[in-house]
Design a protein around this ligand. Sequence first.
Ligand code: SIN
Length: 492
Amino acid sequence: MQLDLAQITHQMLDGVNYGNYINGEFRAAANGKVFDVTNPATGDLLLSVPDAGASDTLAAVDAAYAALPAWMATPAATRADLLRKAAALMLERRERLATIMTLEQGKPMTESRGEIAYAASFLTWFAGEAERIYGDIVHNSAPNKRIFVLRQAVGVVALITPWNFPAAMLTRKLGPALAAGCTAICKPAEQTPLTALELGRIFQEVGFPAGVVNILAASDPLPFSDTIFADDRVRKVSFTGSTEVGKILIRNSAATVKRMSLELGGNAPFIVFDDADLSAAVTGAIASKFRNAGQTCVCANRIFVQRGIYDQFADLFAAKTSAMKVGNGLLPDTIIGPLIDLPAREKIERHVSDAKAHGADIMLGGLPYPENPSGTFWTPTVIRNASSDMLVAQEETFGPVAPLIPFDTEDEVLAQANGTPFGLASYFYTRDVSRVMRVAEKLEFGIIGANDALPSVAQAPFGGVKQSGLGREGGAVGIDEYLEVKYLSLGL
Ligand code: SIN
């Protein structure tokens, strides 16, 4: 199908003049600098946006700090109402937001539309949670004393979000922060600031007071990060991104002892036992592996298949994978879009060559995609006879590459699955209900999909163990990350 892709870009972005969203208005950067946002599918320039530096960040902290007392004192029902209005407007503008997301991030339109709904669901979920922030009255320690436990907003928070989910990772942090009564300074990834700034318009339009939400685009994260970590008024930082950067942020947080929530890297095992429903397991593995071209922290990274069904699984998996259409995410039949940039492709190339060098067979792909305007497309790849010591199983590939690793016993596969410093998501397929409980209890991961390859939803607590992070986002516990617990001991 022929689509005028340039025309779509013009329709979305012509005449749009995003500024950084600070204190309720869209502003140019204080030093007048801008930076370019490009389309990963074509390499074309989409738009230049103001490039926030340290003084813009400080202005946002000032605004968020000034807005804090009134926002904390705003009744929860009013905060909830604004969150629900923002969610409704996001859904009303779903097509525009999804198109902008596909332009700057590359994912297929069906996934972008899905992400807008997923992103809006965090606002709706946390609107409900705003109305369920309770305290406690604890038994007294003396006849003339009473003890009350209060839960109050943490204060000003800084939210740093990744490029792979430009809308959902923002609302998964901003939803609970605003629901709890915090004010926020958000920094979207430098590759994908447009969706976030477009969301800023929505927060402005539905009537969030000036300074409650601030959104800064910056080509260099350092001035932002240095400013917020040095400022005592910022009481918490939430970050989604690599474990490497997460460790640096933990060190930075020591200076002013900030609370931290970290959603970091994964290395998800996807285990298929002999007794699994084969067709469901193949469909699930494909959904998990190739979502966003393999660029999610919860994508299946190591697919372990028990020897009895290994060949059948591999053949079916490769056949289905070969039918997946690679292309520009704006085209309706695209299933796999581009990688975010060329370094992402270089990592994939390293993983594939290492697997070959160690004797694995490339059943499918293993090469850049031939119709390749920007060099960022990779042919979906299936690697047979992979093993746990290969790079592709040791590191998060973050691309459309599926290593299939054979195994014999449950104990053996559990040892291999857990043999990683990461513990975000894991999956397994079996029809044996006893095995479901046994394996779920033994997997050292924060998220476990048993016969379910896509478990992420707003009402479940998302997060990892070990080096995959600290804290949980979503679920009933998600709001706790933005609440301080205080107690009042009252003498009578
Ligand atoms: C992520 O990759 O960090 C988020 C994926 C999800 O929310 O399912």
